[in-house]
Ligand binder design. Structure first.
Ligand SMILES: C[S@@+](CC[C@H](N)C(=O)[O-])C[C@H]1O[C@@H](n2cnc3c(N)ncnc32)[C@H](O)[C@@H]1O
Length: 281
């Protein structure tokens, strides 16, 4: 508790001192990293997945098609598919081992018919999509892009899909910390039992993340319209941005399971620092 408070105080009162450093490996194709990340999707990441799934639920019509960029091994997409059995979901990731691990897991869970993972580049994907897309999303992935030019290329592709289909857009990621100690302390506080590979990945992810203003401005300039931007309060290390679909279809029923115990508590803490983000089932 005291280390959390210490980290928060340093973040609040520090000027931005952390220079962006791109991820050492933009594409996650090291087997140990793939395993470590996939494993977190079964436990510690559930509160974050639940938060994102509820926000996307509010933006998605019945029977919608979701295209998710940097989908990793599809752990989040499997979670979303269980909460919204009406959706068809396509995940795009440049890492062959992530896609292979994900396909195996989705098949074992009986979800492979509705969630397909394809190898592809989030800076060049728009031409390969079906004509009907209801949402383009990206969760914990934009910080993997090596440079501002790659980010602009990815957002331009997302904007092209929105222009062609009128789809909704949902973006969730970390915010780069202000204080140099935060990247190291953050994983020790929030994922103390995670594999060493995951902790290092978390640390690198924070340093590679875009600032809130940086990403907000890049989105505004790519989409040429008013995007909704939210940064988490208190623990100011998360950001989300969204655009509703141009034509909102009929609503579907949320069928996600109730969270319990520590997972529910962690989810509530996350939702609590993001007022104004749609979270009703
Ligand atoms: C931290 S993981 C996020 C996985 C997933 N979205 C989640 O939240 O569980 C980021 C993923 O982005 C992928 N990635 C990096 N650069 C990419 C690119 N240019 N195109 C597609 N995927 C990319 C990596 O391979 C990695 O699997």
């Amino acid at each position: 508790m005291s280390s959390l408070l210490g980290m928060l105080v340093k973040e609040w009162f520090s000027a931005p001192q952390v220079q962006r450093r791109p991820e050492p490996a933009a594409v996650m194709d090291d087997e140990a990293n793939v395993e470590a990340f996939h494993g977190q999707g079964e436990g510690p990441l559930i509160p974050v997945y639940h938060f994102n799934a509820l926000a996307m639920h509010a933006l998605l019509p019945e029977g919608g098609t979701v295209v998710d960029l940097g989908s990793g091994s599809g752990q989040y997409l499997g979670y979303l598919a269980n909460c919204r059995p009406d959706l068809n979901i396509i995940g795009i990731d440049l890492s062959a081992p992530m896609v292979a691990t994900g396909r195996r897991a989705l098949t074992a869970r009986g979800l492979a018919e509705r969630v397909s993972l394809v190898e592809g580049d989030m800076t060049d994907f728009a031409a390969q999509l079906p004509a009907k897309v209801d949402m383009v999303s990206t969760i914990f992935a934009l910080h993997h892009l090596p440079s501002a030019a790659h980010l602009a290329a990815c957002l331009a592709q997302m904007a092209a899909v929105r222009k062609a289909t009128g789809c909704a857009v949902w973006v969730f990621d970390h915010v780069r910390p202000n204080h140099p100690a935060t990247p190291e302390v953050f994983p020790r506080i929030f994922t103390p039992t995670a594999a060493r590979e995951f902790q290092l990945d978390s640390q690198n992810s924070l340093i590679a993340s875009w600032g809130f203003d940086e990403l907000s401005q890049a989105l505004e300039s790519a989409f040429g319209e008013a995007v909704v931007h939210r940064r988490s309060r208190l623990l100011r290390l998360y950001q989300c941005h969204w655009l509703p679909a141009r034509d909102q279809g009929s609503k579907a029923r949320w069928q996600g399971a109730e969270l319990a115990g520590a997972t529910r508590k962690d989810y509530r803490s996350l939702a609590g620092i993001f007022p104004g983000v749609p979270q009703s089932a």
